[in-house]
Design a binder for this molecule. Structure first.
Ligand SMILES: [Zn+2]
Ligand SMILES: [Zn+2]
Length: 457
């Protein structure tokens, strides 16, 4: 088996892997780097120029896994596009939203490569998408090979518990097997239940390593962390201040909304409207519609009915009164010219308000800089403009939807691979795994391919 790392950067970056197994080729994920701009954010598809790729498989609908799918299909026009049925309900929304964001950035930031693809192109490729249930074997050979009666390798999606529709992928040829974790969360979240990877065994394990550099503090539990967050939210609102929780539109937003709905139902949080972003609203509706299909808790709970959800756009965010409001606004990185950015800017001067992070924010983004800023000390929030000073409360809550490193080490035991390929992590995160695997599993060959590098496993 040959595996090529198409991620354009030596960090978490964009997930995309080219796999050659027996007589077939498969592209696993077609992500877009969330921080790099224009063409530089696109996986190294040129390395596969002229190659026939039988199928493109998408693990889940986060931008860094699916954001360049239309570009991948320009390179591999004959490929099937396979994903879970839950991802199938999300994928077009995600791609059309990307076009909107890129069109805006072309105007606002003058990035001339944007948009990298168009709404029409998304519509044209959508007929290639196929959605499958978890735990079903699927044939994925190119149509002409299947017609010629050649034996087809199989693949199977296993529930990864990371976001709605997320999957690990087991690829089985005649002689060897691969298991790709995608992004995985083993613990139950408030809404989604944890991964179901119990059946995963493979010769080669391709593994995410996002949290490799992060040790879990003694006694840490997700439940206790959630209680701390909800207590902080309640205290600020009771004091008449507003609370902003920046969260990705897909996944984290619904997890937080679910927790808020439960607290309001229990009477531990005062009932009041919750302001969310437009895309967050769309994904929340899809979570409600698909609640029976997903492997989740509180499946009778409809977020759109349990909560008074109000959509807040950027224009409104500049004028809305900040008297005890609750915002769960789409923003991984709190990019400029977004509602989350302008709300944060308005909330910063007063200690009455609270901004509570519940996920990763890159240090090189406004969100990351705000996280690090000390109270009362001026700091550079946006890329340009004057320095600002924060007086409001800023806290960080660890509610990651990624496996911690010891959980992934336990997965290694279970999968029992002869080789491991490390991916989707920053260099320090991958280094921790490389070192620990060498100590604990000296017989397993560990590969840490650089961008563009092919490993033979
Ligand atoms: Zn993800
Ligand atoms: Zn990811």
């Amino acid at each position: 088996m040959r595996i090529t790392n198409l991620n354009p950067a030596d960090e978490i970056g964009a997930s995309s892997w080219l796999v050659d197994i027996e007589d077939h080729s498969l592209l696993l994920d077609a992500g877009l780097h969330p921080k790099l701009e224009g063409r530089h954010a696109v996986p190294l598809y040129d390395l596969a120029a002229g190659r026939e790729v039988d199928a493109v498989v998408i693990t889940h609908c986060h931008h860094d896994h699916v954001g360049s799918l239309p570009l991948a299909l320009r390179h591999f026009p004959g490929a099937h596009v396979l994903m879970t049925e839950l991802s199938y309900f999300l994928v077009e929304r995600v791609l059309h939203n990307s076009v909107n964001v890129m069109q805006r950035q072309r105007v606002e930031a003058g990035i001339r490569d944007y948009p990298l693809f168009t709404h029409d192109e998304v519509d044209e490729i959508s007929s290639l998408f196929q959605g499958f249930r978890y735990n079903r074997e699927v044939e994925w050979a190119a149509f002409h090979k299947a017609r010629a009666g050649a034996s087809s390798p199989m693949l199977e999606f296993l529930d990864a518990g990371h976001v709605l529709g997320s999957a690990g992928v087991r690829v089985a040829g005649k002689r060897e097997t691969l298991f790709f974790t995608g992004d995985v969360c083993f613990q139950d979240q408030t809404l989604l239940k944890g991964a179901r990877f119990e059946e995963a065994r493979a010769d080669v394990l391709l593994m995410e390593t996002t949290r490799g550099a992060r040790e879990i503090p003694e006694g840490f539990t997700r439940a206790a962390e959630l209680s701390r967050l909800m207590a902080a939210v309640s205290a600020k609102l009771e004091g008449g201040g507003s609370v902003l929780i920046p969260a990705f539109a897909l996944g984290r937003t619904q997890e937080i909304l679910c927790e808020l709905a439960l607290q309001m139902r229990a009477g531990t949080l005062r009932r009041q409207p919750v302001y969310i972003g437009g895309l967050g609203r769309v994904f929340t509706e899809i979570h409600d519609l698909e609640s029976r299909r997903a492997n989740r808790q509180h499946s009778a709970l409809r977020l759109t009915e349990a909560l008074d959800l109000q959509v807040l756009d950027q224009a409104k965010s500049a004028s809305i009164k900040l008297n005890g409001k609750l915002f769960v606004i789409t923003a991984g990185m709190m990019t400029e010219q977004t509602a989350a950015y302008s709300l944060a800017l308005r909330m910063m001067p007063s200690e009455q308000h609270g901004i509570y992070f519940v996920g990763y924010a890159d240090p090189g983004t406004p969100g990351g800089r705000l996280k690090q800023a000390r109270r009362g000390e001026p700091f550079q929030f946006g890329e340009t403009g004057a320095k600002v000073t924060r007086q409001c409360e800023v806290r960080d809550f660890d509610l990651s939807a990624h496996a911690n490193r010891e959980e992934l080490m336990a997965l290694v035991e279970q999968v029992g691979p002869r080789a491991i390929v490390l991916g989707h992590g920053d260099p320090t995160a991958r280094a921790w795994f490389a070192e620990q695997l060498a100590i604990r599993h000296p017989k397993i060959r560990v590969h840490d391919p650089k961008p563009g590098e092919t490993v033979e496993t």
